[in-house]
Design a protein around this ligand. Structure first.
Ligand code: XUL
Ligand code: CO
Length: 438
């Protein structure tokens, strides 16, 4: 069965096309800074949004029909989703998918039954992967929707719940390995707290790390060679989330000896919820050698929650690609953890969402490469920090000085040289010129 029969395979037609089902900037074979666009931008489809989310919210039911011709919560629906998803990815030229365990099948009453369903669908998916050449970017376990996780998973007060989380992670890792996934994600959906009046914070944090260590040991024992990722998020659903932002997650990983196996999956909308720019979070991950993967979406700065919009702000995608290029690329990819707006409820809109997202990132890549080739920003930063290249600056960075020596140096100097203008407006204009002036 073809689910998007009336929709074409989306191709690159260049920036002058008015065809709504063509890429204007994403040209998979175009080479930029020595790599093709496709290599720079391994795009992925999020199973949950694209094949699952029908637009329901707190005030209303679904507006989009994601039944794909089958009754929901059945295995035939699960299979229809696979067929529709693979057709969708092929038509868009998206090579990867990401999944939670319970995105793939309806959860059953028992773990054993859910796992049997997962085995059945995994065989079905593996066959499709072989037929099409499509791949898995990462897998994860949903440890937040089922009521048993109301107090957390790794951070639950209940040891039994912790064991259920372990069981789900084990199975999700089995599936990720079966699909040849590049990564495995921990997004700590309910790993946080509402009030310290009922919370043992130290035990909760230690237990989350224990669960992660157990996952690493198991994953490595079954041949998982990819990266584990933490996906930081500051709030929603919990008031205090333990993985607040990149810096917090990195500190946590280092404190528990997990930094060799883990990197970060940075999500744009989570960054802005944490009061950071997307670029800030990418930089923090990048300079720590932990920029693994990206959940490519966009928030609404006027709203205080995770709106998971398709990325359209080219300034943001440019700065994102600037960071990614500077960090030497991703080990993961760009997962559109994004959904159509509730009134955008047709299959065409599903295509428009991905075309928008892919073209926004392609344009961001083109512009980021131009910023780097232009060189004025790099040059300015180099000059701004030139005092560290020689003399006392070089001695400090080589760790060849004592505080006493520095004090003597400062005293002799009388006054430091003018540190110079930061020239922010000049630099912002360069970015605008490259984004809009050429
Ligand atoms: C939630 C979120 C998740 C993770 C995977 O905000 O981003 O969908 O990406 O659990
Ligand atoms: Co996400």
């Amino acid at each position: 069965m073809e689910y998007f029969r009336h929709l074409p395979k989306v191709k690159y037609e260049g920036k002058d096309t008015k065809n709504p089902f063509a890429f204007r900037f994403y040209d998979p074979d175009r080479v930029i800074l020595g790599k093709t666009m496709k290599e720079h931008l391994p795009f992925a489809m999020a199973w949950w949004h694209n094949l699952g989310a029908g637009g329901s919210d707190m005030f209303g039911t679904e507006t989009a029909d994601k039944s794909f011709g089958s009754m929901k919560r059945t295995m035939s629906h699960a299979k229809a989703k696979v067929d529709a998803g693979f057709e969708f990815m092929q038509k868009l030229g998206v090579e990867y998918f990401c999944f939670h365990d319970v995105d793939l099948v309806p959860e059953a009453e028992t773990l054993a039954e859910t796992n049997a369903r997962l085995d059945e669908i995994a065989d079905y998916i593996t066959r499709k992967m072989k037929e099409t050449g499509l791949k898995c970017l990462w897998g994860t376990a949903n440890l937040f929707s089922n009521p048993r996780y109301m107090n957390g998973a790794g951070s639950s007060n209940s040891a039994d719940v912790f064991c259920f989380a372990a069981a789900q992670i084990k199975k999700a890792l089995d599936l990720t390995v079966k699909f040849g996934g590049k990564g495995y994600v921990f997004w700590g959906g309910r790993e946080g707290y509402e009030t310290l009046l009922n919370t043992d914070m130290k035990l909760e944090l230690d237990n989350i790390a224990r669960l992660m260590k157990l996952a690493v040991d198991y994953g490595r024992s079954i041949g998982f060679t990819g990266d584990f990722y933490i996906e930081p998020k500051p709030k929603e659903p919990m008031k205090h989330q333990y993985d607040f932002d990149a810096a917090t997650a990195i500190g946590f990983l280092r404190a528990h000896g997990l930094e060799r196996d883990f990197k970060l999956n940075i999500e744009a909308n989570h960054a802005t919820l944490a009061g950071h720019t997307f670029q800030h979070e990418l930089r923090v991950a990048g300079i720590n050698g932990m920029l693994g993967s990206i959940d490519a979406n966009q928030g609404d700065l006027l709203l205080g929650w995770d709106t998971d919009e398709f990325p359209f702000d080219v300034y943001e995608t440019t700065m994102c690609m600037y960071e990614v290029i500077k960090a030497g690329g991703l080990t993961g990819g760009f997962n559109f953890d994004a959904k159509n707006r509730r009134p955008s409820n047709t299959p065409e809109d599903m295509f428009h969402g991905f075309i928008l997202g892919m073209d926004s990132f392609a344009l961001g890549l083109i512009k980021a490469a131009r910023l780097i080739e232009d060189g004025r920003i790099d040059e300015f930063i180099k000059e701004r920090y030139s005092s560290w290249q020689a003399g006392i600056g070089a001695k400090i960075t080589n760790n060849e000085v004592t505080l006493q020596e520095l004090a003597e140096y400062a005293e002799k100097l009388g006054a430091p040289k003018d540190p110079g203008s930061g020239k922010q407006e000049y630099l912002q204009r360069i970015v605008n010129d490259i984004l809009f002036g050429e």
